[in-house]
Write a protein that binds this ligand. Structure first.
Ligand SMILES: NC(=O)c1ccc[n+]([C@@H]2O[C@H](COP(=O)([O-])OP(=O)(O)OC[C@H]3O[C@@H](n4cnc5c(N)ncnc54)[C@H](OP(=O)(O)O)[C@@H]3O)[C@@H](O)[C@H]2O)c1
Length: 309
């Protein structure tokens, strides 16, 4: 496993992150064995959020920590806040009051004293950066959160927030996969009058790389917005053929190649995998051993149905 340096204390964290959005589907015992297996593979960064299964993911992690003294210290733990549902209404809330309450509730569920990183989950267009900065200051001062970051934000939003908080925004977590790559489409079709040339994110990859923010890719095996997995999917026959061929050459599985495709971008990249199965988690960890060359990278991009100018 390769590691990147992350945050104010220069922690060494794995480039493959274990995402736990579906962890509550497992029993506590099953979750414990997945989390411990991940650590054995060198995956020392776990990602959760208060809204996953309505707190269920955090609860499962908390149960595993409670049953395994000493485990918490071995893991870099990241959670998120800001997505709310009340009386059937979904909304985003970056008010200081909500951020502070949300972190307290997360810490209680996770049975821990502090988060290693807190992400603002999805842009709240009503956000008031001064208020967020206040909340961050209190959370840091009280030792409840060590580092801060964002998710699904564009450069303008990050710049605006960064202007008010003294804590460096350490990461941006966004959706990227071989079959979901608008961030690369726009970069490859600059100034072209094609659909691919439409820049939807304001140059977020370049912005994060320039500002030394880690880029965390969520749903690295999905296409669309939670439409499905492209691996083994008849909709993506060409992509699967290419992934399988390269996997054979590299002596890994297509899963590892698909993740290596993300990690190949020359910035501080991390892939947030969401499997609940140890066998798939182990296949994924091998992505860290694969370095694709340019020809392979562009072949995969085109095999996913994309064109180059
Ligand atoms: N910041 C955000 O807005 C945001 C949004 C979504 C997710 N996330 C984070 O990203 C993490 C990963 O998201 P994700 O779960 O969508 O990622 P993913 O790793 O792309 O997808 C995981 C899903 O694919 C299945 N899968 C994996 N390999 C497969 C294969 N070979 N064939 C068939 N199915 C396969 C897994 O099922 P099994 O469990 O059966 O292996 C699981 O349901 C989440 O856990 C969460 O931490 C963040």
């Amino acid at each position: 496993m390769k590691y990147i340096t992350f945050g104010q204390d220069q922690d060494q964290v794995s480039e493959v992150i274990l995402g736990t959005m579906n962890l509550s589907q497992l029993s506590t015992q099953e979750a414990e064995s997945l989390l411990k297996d991940a650590l054995e593979e060198g995956i020392n960064f776990w990602d959760t959020a208060d809204c996953y299964a309505d707190g269920g993911s955090e609860e499962r992690i908390g149960e595993v920590f409670a049953a395994n003294p000493g485990l918490r210290e071995k893991v870099f733990l990241q959670s998120k806040c800001g997505i709310r549902r009340e009386d059937g209404v979904k909304f985003f809330d970056f008010s200081a009051e909500h951020i502070l309450n949300a972190v307290d509730a997360s810490l209680e569920r996770l049975k821990t004293e502090s988060l290693d990183c807190l992400l603002l989950h999805r842009p709240d267009v009503l956000m008031e950066p001064e208020e967020i900065a206040d909340a961050f200051r209190i959370l840091h001062k009280t030792g409840k959160v060590r580092n801060f970051g964002v998710s699904n934000m564009n450069p303008a939003m990050i710049r605006r927030l960064q202007k008010y908080t003294k804590y460096k925004l350490e990461t941006n977590q966004i959706q990227i996969s071989c079959a979901f790559s608008p961030v690369f489409d726009a970069a490859l079709h600059v100034n072209m009058q094609t659909e691919s040339g439409v820049m939807r994110d304001g140059g977020i990859m370049e912005y994060c790389a320039e500002n030394d923010m880690a880029l965390q890719a969520w749903s690295p095996l999905r296409y669309g917005f939670f439409e499905g997995i492209f691996l083994g999917n008849p909709k993506y026959q060409t992509l699967n053929r290419v992934l399988e061929r390269i996997a054979e050459e590299q002596k890994v599985t297509p899963t590892a190649v698909a993740l290596a495709w993300i990690l190949r971008y020359p910035a501080r990249m991390q892939a947030v995998i969401g499997t609940t199965k140890s066998s798939r988690m182990k296949e994924s960890a091998l992505a860290s051993q694969v370095t694709l060359d340019r020809r392979q990278w562009y072949e995969i991009y085109q095999a996913a149905g994309n064109e180059l100018p």
